[in-house]
Design a protein around this ligand. Structure first.
Ligand code: MN
Length: 163
């Protein structure tokens, strides 16, 4: 699975006759230049409980599945597995994905707000989260792997600064 390729994989995985998740039309949503970038974490009680971290970038939501609760404080590192891009409209999605469908279970918004990118590279992102639960500077770092199918990152809160 290659996560970074628009909404192709998102659509392939889902049957929109059966799930009420957003269809992802259009593929990339255009928003005002000055609109705040969307940040959301959805608590997803699927076969395994996890938290889906999503950050708006170029009209889609870059997405990571975090198996444990995202850290409010510094000093806690969480595994974050990058998954397929999701449509921007997904940021508002809450509900039940039916049994038998991809991601079957319940989705609830755990935190939402906006974020400000500080550093955006293919293997590292630093950004300020302006949510209700998570606030402050956070980092996502991709773990090195020989396997191109590995999409494991670490997600953690950083110290304040650079001032
Ligand atoms: Mn999920």
């Amino acid at each position: 699975m290659i996560p970074a390729m628009g909404l192709k994989i998102y659509k392939e995985k889902r049957d929109f006759q059966k799930t009420r998740e957003p269809r992802g039309v259009p593929d990339k949503e255009k928003r005002g230049e000055k609109a705040d970038l969307v940040y959301v974490v959805q608590r997803h009680q699927a076969a395994r409980l996890h938290y889906d971290l999503r950050l708006e970038e170029e009209g889609v939501l870059k997405s990571w599945a975090v198996p444990k609760e995202p850290p409010v404080e510094e000093g806690v590192r969480r595994l974050a597995v990058q998954v397929e891009d999701h449509p921007l409209a997904y940021a508002g999605f809450e509900g039940t994905i039916p049994e038998g469908e991809y991601g079957a279970g319940t989705v609830k918004i755990w935190d939402k707000g906006s974020y400000v990118p500080e550093e955006t590279m293919p293997v590292k992102r630093v950004f300020e989260i302006k949510g209700s639960v998570l606030r402050g500077r956070y980092c996502l770092i991709k773990l090195k792997s020989q396997d191109p199918e590995d999409h494991n990152w670490l997600f953690f809160k950083m110290k304040k600064g650079p001032a």
